[in-house]
Design a protein around this ligand. Structure first.
Ligand code: ADP
Length: 517
């Protein structure tokens, strides 16, 4: 008979039979088929062998002196080491096989003489397959159990981190900006209890004038990407205003798109910083203004004619003084904007006018640096502070020109960006009415300049953050422009972000709601 390939190579079969002819026959037959066969003539020897090296299957004679097959099987099933091994009983010609007993003591099958080779092999292979599958199932089960234990441990770890984090953390749905979980630090900072927070939207919780902006940021998260360390003011339940740095990241919780909000309460730090900044700025502005006046006098030649070398030194002093004044003005600007005293003067204005005005203002700079400026305006009305938006656009265009090479192009364009699927519900949550958010204006300022490294894309919107420490020296900037832009855009309930490929260019995006809400 041809030797068939066996699925489980090296299957080890122990044959226990006191009749040498049987043993020889089975042994030869199985070896021929590629099995590894061990044969013994006594039950006790078989038990020892099975215990020493458990086989994959045992063929066990029923009738044996000393210890019969049933007893051997009982011993096998009593030991942890051999319990799982499938046992097939063999009954010789004329033996009385008690089938019920064979199964009762743990046998899986029986073979009666005369052996029919195909039948014996089929039964052996069946039981080996079943046994292997059982083993696999058991291993899989153990792996799953371990996985469940590991997951439970990880979950416990993360729950503990969430609960005991000193940073306020909240989870809200993206669709409605509705709180689904917050940690104790969040409750401590906001003054609300858990029941007052869960189920409410960010806008409903009365977190102050910037709550709508936060809700907006959450709802636009899938479009505009995560937010890192943006400054917001938050009112607590008792009405106290806190300054927080807020990071928002998109997470998927069992198929539900959620926002993970991590806050950092910087109220005290901010107060000290503000005090320090206004003190230093005011103290510096007065002497600097008078220095500038003195330099102007020198430059005008009213105090005598300067040598060529003197003119050069004076020009350096003037450039640097101008830069310092710009820096201080930017700092004061930013602080003034942040303090509640100055509000945006929002009026109806036309996006096309703003874009054209901004590019016209920057045209001279573009010409000087041999950068081509192309504008694609969009005539659409929006509710905004035109001066502040102009300031934002000129700053972005100036940066785009500044970080381009001669011969490069800067494109300024605007398109309508209807934001699908974002809904603001009425305050009354039982109401089925929902108001669609207004459309958005998306302004893009694209350049072919040096680009911005990936790890700086977020941070450049923070104060004094520059890609290169020498940027302020070489390019005359202050590192405050983008912080001011972000602030202005934020006060319009909009969003500003940048995409860039190093060495290929950057695109700054300003997304603004068309109508006030
Ligand atoms: P600055 O006054 O230095 O321009 P900004 O806040 O406007 O300050 O910009 C911060 C930094 O971001 C810049 O110093 C520069 O490193 C980087 N940056 C801004 N715009 C661009 C741009 N279009 N291309 C490359 N880098 C830019």
């Amino acid at each position: 008979m041809p030797k068939e390939p066996f699925n489980f190579p090296k299957a080890d079969i122990l044959v226990i039979d006191d009749t040498p002819e049987n043993l020889n026959l089975l042994s030869a037959m199985l070896t021929e088929q590629g099995y590894k066969v061990r044969s013994v003539t006594k039950g006790s020897t078989g038990l020892r062998g099975a215990n020493a090296v458990p086989p994959d299957l045992i063929l066990l004679d029923v009738n044996m002196p000393e210890m019969n097959g049933y007893e051997v099987c009982q011993h096998l099933k009593a030991s942890d080491r051999t319990r799982e091994i499938p046992v097939i009983f063999i009954s010789a010609l004329g033996d009385v096989l008690d089938k019920v007993k064979a199964f009762a003591v743990g046998g899986v099958d029986y073979i009666t003489k005369p052996f029919q080779l195909e039948e014996v092999l089929a039964r052996i292979e069946n039981h080996l397959t079943i046994w292997k599958l059982q083993q696999q199932l058991q291993a899989q089960n153990e792996r799953l159990q371990q996985e469940i234990r590991d997951r439970a441990k990880a979950e416990e770890k993360f729950t503990k981190v969430f609960r005991s984090s000193p940073n306020p953390i909240a989870i809200a749905t993206i669709s409605e900006a509705r709180f689904i979980d917050v940690n104790p630090s969040f409750l401590k900072m906001s003054g609300y209890c858990l029941e007052e927070v869960i189920g409410n939207t960010v806008a409903e919780l009365n977190l102050g004038k910037e709550a709508v902006a936060i809700a907006q940021t959450i709802q636009l998260l899938s479009d505009t990407g995560p937010l890192y360390n943006q400054e917001f003011e938050l009112s607590t339940k008792s009405g106290e205003v806190k300054t927080i740095l807020l990071s928002i990241e998109l997470i998927d919780l069992s198929g539900v798109q959620c926002a993970l909000l991590i806050a950092n309460d910087i109220t005290e730090r901010k107060r000290l910083e503000n005090e320090f900044i206004s003190l230093v700025s005011h103290e510096l502005r007065t002497p600097l203004t008078s220095t500038m006046g003195a330099l102007d006098l020198l430059g005008a030649g009213q105090l005598g004619t300067l040598t060529e070398q003197g003119q050069k030194v004076l020009s350096i002093a003037t450039t640097n003084t101008e830069r310092l004044i710009r820096l201080i003005n930017d700092i004061l600007d930013l602080e003034r904007m942040k303090s509640v005293k100055i509000f945006m003067q929002k009026v109806k204005c036309n996006a096309a006018d703003l874009l054209i005005m901004a590019t016209e203002t920057m045209q001279a700079m573009a010409d000087k640096l041999q950068v081509k400026l192309i504008v694609h305006p969009l005539a659409i009305e929006l509710w905004a502070d035109p001066d502040r938006l102009l300031q934002t656009l000129t700053n972005l265009i100036s940066n785009a020109i500044k970080f381009s090479e001669p011969g490069d192009t800067v494109w300024v364009s605007a398109t309508l960006a209807e934001h699908k699927g974002v809904e603001l519900r009425e305050n009354d949550r039982s109401s089925t009415q929902s108001t669609l958010l207004p459309g958005f204006l998306l302004i893009t300022i694209r350049d072919e300049g040096r680009g911005i490294p990936k790890d700086k894309l977020q941070i450049i919107f923070e104060r004094f953050q520059q890609v290169d420490a020498s940027d302020s020296r070489n390019k005359g900037g202050t590192g405050l422009g983008l912080a001011i832009c972000r602030n202005i855009v934020q006060q319009h309930n909009g969003k500003i972000w940048v995409e860039s490929i190093l060495g290929e260019g950057s695109t700054f995006y300003v997304l603004l709601p068309l109508a006030a809400f």
